[in-house]
Design a protein around this ligand. Structure first.
Ligand code: GAP
Length: 453
């Protein structure tokens, strides 16, 4: 697709996200805050479905994985040991003309000379390192001793708690720790909507293993993660695997794959899968003076485990789900008029609302009563939305725009006005095909559950 068309598509997605309650600018009524976003009623469901499914696949369905939930603020020593305090920085330049700040490695260039994307000026300072960690102070006094950072990744808590988790879970190698949580980076230039934010969520796994298994397990996790994306509706063909070459990886990593998605603003990283060797545990052992080795009972061996880390972004995957699902198609309405139908073709598993329930007419108490009873019966099992406002076609379109895979309509057949054969059956309408089928109310829940989860 041409660049302009892609930009136009992205604008439509952003506008739909606002209109339908997926994403809002943080603090919007005060002019917003660059790099911060709020998820509305639909966005929070979408994000929750993603996180819940990741947890189900990474933790509940596996014997070799346990979860944890670490604190956002940790002892500053953690970030010294991990190297973040010294090196977690991006190169920053100031434009001397308009005083704006930019990442030196993302500046546009003309005739190979970088220029300011704000004013076009070429009078820029030399790049200097800008540490991305947000600072605060723990306690009432703002001194250097109680300086703390908001974590820039969730990973470190899993290394620091390795020994406690090993002892309490009684796991044997290879095994992993999984965590979902907020991370903060004071990005110089937040951009591309929620893609590069200053506050975001990560879903990370630290999978501990023997050194000799590290490389093979990195390939194993690559395959697992590709399957995961497929199972949430992002096909393999849409993901580019970037095998980071020697010299471009972190110095301690023996293999790193970046999984990249073709966003309307360009192919960009969704997740990194890095074989980090024994670097992290060794560093924490060195700095804390505490033993973090593993003892193999059978072989009577003690060693520092190696680790493979699949690290994904919740917000980036949520954005990829929205971009992948967004579609517009020309359809003909009941009166033969052509119109554009906007539809989010989410995988049913990810869809914020699973089922819309409508009475055909809102001024017929028998229809309303039956439809409400169906909605109440479905609610404990799936996110259900009851709607009686407007023509039925309009109600379908509203659900299409938020990606609801199924809609149920209660009509005169349901309440037995056209004879006993169709009594207690409803119309089930499918979002993607717009096909309708008749189904007994008693089979509805099982039918929907089979198609959704
Ligand atoms: N523990 C390894 C780690 O944090 P990373 O590549 O810096 O690695 C992992 O981050 C993932 O976190 C990225 O692939 C991305 O999905 C997400 N992420 C990183 N920075 C982000 C930002 N500023 N905004 C949104 N998501 C971000």
């Amino acid at each position: 697709m041409a660049k302009d068309a892609q930009q136009h598509r992205m604008e439509k997605i952003v506008s739909l996200c606002k209109r339908r309650g997926f994403v809002f600018q943080s603090s919007e009524i005060y002019g917003g805050l660059n790099g911060f976003w709020d998820y509305g009623p639909m966005g929070v469901e979408l994000k929750r479905n993603l996180k819940d499914y990741w947890w189900r696949r990474m933790v509940h369905e596996r014997e070799d994985m346990v979860g944890m939930d670490g604190s956002i603020i940790m002892n500053r020593a953690v970030w010294r040991a991990s190297g973040h305090e010294e090196t977690f920085s991006d190169p920053m330049v100031d434009c001397k003309t308009c005083k704006s700040r930019h990442r030196a490695d993302q500046l546009p260039r003309k005739d190979d000379v970088p220029y300011c994307p704000n004013c076009g000026g070429r009078d820029l300072t030399e790049p200097r390192a800008f540490n991305l960690m947000f600072k605060s102070h723990a306690g009432p006094v703002e001194t250097d001793e109680n300086l703390v950072y908001l974590r820039p990744e969730t990973a470190q808590a899993m290394f620091v708690q390795f020994k406690n988790i090993l002892e309490t879970s009684r796991k044997k190698l290879p095994f992993g720790i999984a965590q979902i949580g907020k991370a903060f980076r004071n990005e110089i230039n937040p951009r591309n909507y929620t893609f590069r934010s200053r506050e975001f969520e990560q879903m990370e796994v630290e999978y501990f293993c023997r050194a000799e298994d590290g490389l093979a397990l990195t390939d194993y996790w690559l395959e697992e993660r590709l399957k995961f994306y497929e199972d949430i509706g992002i096909p393999r063909a849409k993901i580019r695997i970037n095998d980071i070459p020697d010299g471009e990886r972190a110095f301690y990593s023996k293999k790193t794959y970046d999984l990249e998605y073709d966003f309307p603003f360009g192919v960009s990283e969704l997740e990194g899968i890095a074989y980090r060797t024994d670097y992290d545990l060794s560093k924490h052992m060195e700095h804390s003076g505490k033993p973090l080795e593993y003892f193999d009972e059978e072989k009577k061996e003690k060693f520092v485990p190696h680790v493979v880390e699949p690290s994904a972004g919740v917000d980036r995957t949520t954005l990829a789900l929205l971009c992948e699902a967004f579609d517009e198609e020309e359809v003909t309405d009941d009166k033969g008029q052509k119109e554009v139908r906007t539809v989010l073709r989410f995988h049913p598993r990810m869809a914020p609302v699973k089922c819309g329930v409508f009475p055909l007419l809102k001024n017929k108490p028998a229809l309303v009563e039956k439809a409400r009873a169906i909605a109440v019966a479905l609610r404990p099992h799936m996110m259900t939305f009851y709607d009686e406002a407007g023509a039925i076609g309009r109600r379908y379109r509203r659900q299409d725009e938020i990606g609801t895979p199924f809609c149920v309509t209660v009509d005169f057949d349901t309440i037995g006005e056209n004879g006993p054969e169709k009594q207690d059956t409803v119309t089930l309408r499918h979002r993607d095909s717009m096909q309708q089928e008749r189904i007994p109310v008693t089979e509805l829940r099982a039918h929907l559950e089979a198609a959704i989860f």
